[in-house]
Design a protein around this ligand. Structure first.
Ligand code: GAP
Length: 451
């Protein structure tokens, strides 16, 4: 994987309809990307697998979908209005703005544990210039919440925020879940949805963007069990990465985040990092958010957010363990892992070695020749039968068979099924395996069990 570049992945993603530049015909909009048909299918397979693994297969998880627009008091109480900031620095000549920690990292400085003052001092001491070679100004903290305004009457509009994380939707619904489902502690509230951050410098394809999707849950616990629960979810996150996404275990690394670098709400954070082609970068996070959010919402809203244990013991505000998973980064890690180049019949071949359950298209059906109506009719029958059961099946009768195989290889289709003259005699078809390029003959009635 090390010799694969981000450009290789981005170029395949564009060429084959996984991911396009956002608002492309207008020159784009920085930090936004649009998912095409295959990217949408791959993303949905990832989010569905996550929901099955962390929500549907468990008894202690409650799935919700909260509004993206929330009362601005939520973001004041959660600390995001005052503390959801990144360090910013400006090129004094071009006026371009950069993330201070990124400028330092690009200059080879290890920024872990550095606050704004320390980063500022490092820029001055080491005489670091902007990427365009100009002097840099004084650093500042930049709030990442996107502001918008609500209301139809000009002058009476109020400022609200696009949510910076999905987590607050779970906290403000904690009381609703308790009042309607009476769950035993510990229990979790899960959600998959969009989040928005006014990133200073979006970069690395869909790795750092301004509009992205998060899968996460708040797992409510009693405070004295936090260490055991943290460990349990740390292990489960590895299981998700290695067994469900099938990412190589040796490409996933844990980083114990120092107190200076932790988010304002966290008492312990472990970042899950992945070896992307552009370096070892954060994939997911696991945080112990204590009772920070519920306590602040209780104080700000005036509503009692305590949990009443069923054994009659004293009510208390639960603590929270939060595993969080970026959808777009998951998809990138899956694509980077799957991207493979080899040589076949003396020619370079690019293919996506995707796990079958994540592949956007499960099988492709082709008649050997498209100008033979008897082959086309039989192939349509097979296609309709598979489509009805599997859904994600593609029809392809363009060009020669070799070209069709290459096209399917590039989008990661595990099986290509070809209907030929022998099919008309004995109801068998050829099934070609994406990874080995081997072909076997199989009865049509056995296809569903084998592709
Ligand atoms: N509720 C906790 C939370 O939001 P976070 O680490 O700020 O934690 C969660 O974000 C996950 O969202 C990250 O681990 C990462 O996978 C993803 N993520 C964060 N910022 C992102 C961005 N600008 N573009 C794409 N994904 C992002």
């Amino acid at each position: 994987m090390s010799d694969i570049s981000l450009e290789d992945i981005a170029s395949l993603a564009k060429r084959r309809g996984f991911i396009y530049q956002g608002s492309e015909i207008y020159g784009g909009l920085a930090g936004t990307w649009d998912y095409g048909p295959l990217g949408t299918a791959l993303k949905r397979n990832i989010t569905n697998a996550w929901w099955k693994f962390f929500v549907d297969s468990r008894d202690d998880m409650y799935g919700i979908e909260s509004a993206i627009l929330m009362n601005p008091k939520v973001w004041e109480a959660s600390g995001h209005v005052s503390g959801f900031t990144d360090p910013l620095i400006e090129d004094l000549k071009t006026k371009k703005r950069y993330r201070l920690d990124h400028v330092l990292e690009d200059a080879g400085v290890d920024v872990r544990g550095m606050d704004l003052a320390a980063m500022s001092a490092a820029i001055k001491e080491q005489g670091i210039k902007s990427p365009d070679g100009n002097e840099l100004g004084n650093p500042a903290s930049f709030n990442m919440l996107f502001e918008t305004s609500m209301g139809a009457v000009e002058g009476e509009k109020s400022t609200i925020y696009l949510r910076g994380e999905t987590a607050q939707g779970m906290f403000v619904n904690f009381k609703n879940i308790v009042d309607t489902f009476y769950p035993d502690l510990p229990f979790g509230v899960a959600q998959i949805g969009k989040a928005f951050r006014n990133e200073i410098s979006p970069r690395d394809f869909v790795f750092r963007v301004r509009e992205f999707e998060i899968m996460e849950f708040e797992y409510f616990i009693s405070p004295n069990s936090w260490e055991g629960e943290f460990e349990k979810w740390r292990v489960a996150m590895h299981e998700w990465c290695e067994k469900i996404l099938e990412l190589p275990a040796d490409k996933i690394h844990e980083l114990e985040v120092s107190p200076e670098d932790r988010a304002h709400y966290s008492k312990r954070t472990v970042d899950f990092e992945f070896d992307f082609p552009f370096g070892k970068k954060e994939l997911y996070g696991l945080a112990y958010r204590t009772d920070f959010d519920l306590t602040n919402h209780q104080n700000a809203s005036g509503k009692n957010l305590e949990y009443r244990p069923k054994d009659g013991s004293a009510p208390f505000i639960p603590h929270v363990i939060e595993p969080t998973f970026g959808v777009d980064r998951s998809l990138m890690a899956v694509l980077c892992t799957a991207y493979t180049e080899d040589e076949m019949n003396g020619e370079k071949r690019i293919y996506l070695k995707l796990p079958k359950h994540l592949a956007p298209i499960k099988a492709c059906v082709s008649p050997l020749l498209k100008n033979k109506p008897e082959l086309v009719t039989k192939a349509r029958e097979v296609y309709d039968m598979l489509k009805k059961e599997l859904g994600a099946v593609m029809w392809d009768d363009n060009g020669n068979i070799g070209k069709r195989y290459r096209r399917q290889d590039e989008i990661g289709t595990p099986a290509c099924i070809v209907i030929d003259f022998q099919t008309l005699e004995d109801n068998t078809v050829t099934v070609r395996n994406r990874d080995t390029a081997e072909q076997v003959r199989m009865k049509i009635e056995d296809l569903l069990a084998n592709v």
